[in-house]
Write a protein that binds this ligand. Sequence first.
Ligand code: TRP
Length: 338
Amino acid sequence: METKKLILTGDRPTGNLHLGHYVGVLRSRVEQQYTHNQYILVADVQALTDYYETPEMVVENSLEVVKDYLAVGIDPQISTILIQSQIPAIAELTIYYMNLVSVARLERNPTVKSEIMQKGLEKTLPVGFLNYPVSQAADITAFGGELVSGGEDQIPMIEQTNEIVRKFNRIYKTDCLKEASIYLSKIPRLVGIDGKSKASKSQNNAIFLSDSPEVIKEKVFTMFTDPDHIKVGDPGRVEGNVVFTYLDAFHDDRDEISSLAAKYRKGGLGDTVLKSLLNDVLQKLLQPIREKRYLLTRKQILDVCYDGTLRARRVSDIVLANVRSAMGIDFFDKTKIN
Ligand code: TRP
């Protein structure tokens, strides 16, 4: 029997998920769950490295994110959805790995470096924040993740993980930890409705999976198009025009998009017509997702998290036992304490 590869993916629960997540990762997770043994980690501990002052918000966001997963078609029977903070082995592995990484190495991590700058943490950097790549190495190795799916910003995390794996195996003369490879999401990041930067909650330029029909319409109609396309008859630009970017990402009828693009370039196609089409496309996509979200109860979400976390713990406890045994710090008889 061919065994499926273990693929690990995850999100920091910092808010509801939006169309950027949908095209970037959610759609591929729905497909991947049939071809891989997929673990989806709700990285609440990692979110706390930013939001340690408001843990209640991190908890709420975690449940909302899981709601989004289920609403887009991630099947909790097939995928293992788990809550990071509820896996003790991750915290323990982090502690052992911290000895193998220098502060200077963490400071050189390009993803961490740009986050420190963005957040203005140069002078007040919490140890927990600087250390999150080590904690992520624990996430990845705790389940024997062979593939880690994510965007390019995750590449430095995987490099860091593999350095730790090699160093651990070398020092403790073992091969119990395995290196992981990136499974890059093919689709580039979705631009925000303002056309300025990628869609994100913090930029307030994203359409959320939970948005009401009215809000979706309102957002579509404020989308950035071509500022020089003033009269309907004027020739318009398609490149950098957010409505076209979204039609490309969400409208199945390629032929219709090309003929609309040709007409727009020539002149004679108004923004309102285009926006109405996009609005129809998005309403059709998001209506069933929103309805499914609405029907899910808190109890159902918690049950899904509990089941997945329990399944994941069985795997991570074995990895942790192997790690301790490789280090020779398994003091007691495993049948009595573990
Ligand atoms: N760093 C990821 C992000 O910011 C979230 C994450 C945490 C993750 N642990 C992970 C992703 C393990 C993949 C595997 O989105």
